[in-house]
Design a protein. Structure first.
Length: 332
């Protein structure tokens, strides 16, 4: 594999016990196991703030040449603090964080690279924190219990149990397949249909700029700071591909902790609905945020509705909203 300079995470050996569901060849079994991380696990992911190293990456789907992606853990540098329906702060098992979007009473969409322990095309049962900031500004733990604080923002003091399913075909650096569905074993607490985002499947013609959200850092110095606050930024559309979208990072840019955060139609056009087009996947740059005028890549959701339906066991039905856009709600 061609090697390029990337900022990635090196994590030391961590032992933990969890439950996983293994789905292979039609077999479905649940088993207890002790998960032992290798002495050094290298991955491009939005997970923990660790040491820096060199690794390889997959090519962007629009080019045969390797494309550098941003440091592991993709807030929005230069973004504006906000509240918005459906956007979730995910605390990973090794202390880091990602962003995500809630689409029904038990399901969250996020980036596949946030969960490198789940092989593409398979499901694993895991325990982690998922915190939601309601439009009134208050934080709740989606699986119940109290919310505490951590270096990367609010956390559930007791982790919830989820089945995490990664889209088949995903490889590191591949924005076209960088999608995971997180399905809670129990219905979320304290939320209703007004809190769920919709998946936008309409044409993007006429939109020169799109908005993106995340809970990541917003200071592009050292390992960064400011994680745990939801921020919004916008960028000019560079290219709309069948399975991913490129947006130029000129002004507000995605940073560590934003991976899995939603790319949306500008909220002013769709309020009170959050119309999600894609999720933060990767970006170009050598720091903890996208480089100036660098490309920010987002996995596109509408072509993956079949996968989302299967993983969530929900029917995604079409609706036409107030702004006369075709969207899908995947409610259960």
């Amino acid at each position: 594999m061609h090697r390029v300079g990337l900022l990635v995470v090196s994590t030391q050996c961590i032992a933990c016990t969890t439950v996983r569901r293994v789905i292979e060849g039609g077999a479905n079994r649940r088993e207890e196991l002790a998960m032992k991380r290798p002495e050094q696990s290298w991955f491009v992911a939005c997970l923990v703030v660790g040491s820096l190293a060199w690794t390889g990456c997959a090519a962007d789907v629009t080019s045969s040449a390797p494309v550098p992606v941003a440091e592991s853990e993709q807030a929005i540098r230069g973004g504006t603090p906000t509240t918005r329906i459906g956007i979730v702060l995910i605390g990973t098992f090794d202390g880091g964080s990602c962003s995500g979007v809630m689409i029904n009473r038990s399901s969250i969409l996020t980036a596949a690279h946030c969960f490198p322990q789940v092989p593409p095309g398979l499901t694993r049962s895991l325990e982690f924190s998922a915190v939601y900031q309601k439009p009134d500004g208050g934080f709740i733990c989606l699986t119940g219990g109290t919310v505490g604080n951590s270096a990367n923002g609010p956390r559930c003091e007791t982790n919830g149990a989820y089945d995490a399913t990664v889209l088949d075909g995903f490889k590191e650096g591949d924005a076209a397949h960088d999608l995971a569905v997180l399905r809670s074993w129990n219905d979320f607490e304290g939320v209703g249909t007004d809190d769920f985002a919709l998946i936008d499947a309409d044409s993007l013609s006429g939109f020169d700029r799109l908005e993106y959200y995340g809970y990541g850092i917003n200071v592009d110095k050292g390992s960064g700071s400011g994680a745990g606050t939801l921020r919004v930024g916008s960028g000019a559309v560079d290219a709309v591909n069948p399975d991913h979208i490129n947006v130029i990072g000129n002004g507000a840019r995605v940073c560590n902790g934003d991976s899995g955060g939603p790319l949306t139609i500008p909220f002013a056009n769709t309020a009170p609905v959050l119309a999600v087009i894609g999720l933060v996947s990767n970006s170009s740059g050598k720091g903890v945020c996208t480089g100036g005028n660098g490309l920010q890549r987002f996995v596109r959701l509408s072509p993956k509705l079949g996968f989302i339906e299967t993983a969530t066991e929900a029917a995604c039905t079409s609706v036409v909203t107030g702004p006369r856009r075709l969207m899908y709600r995947c409610w259960r």
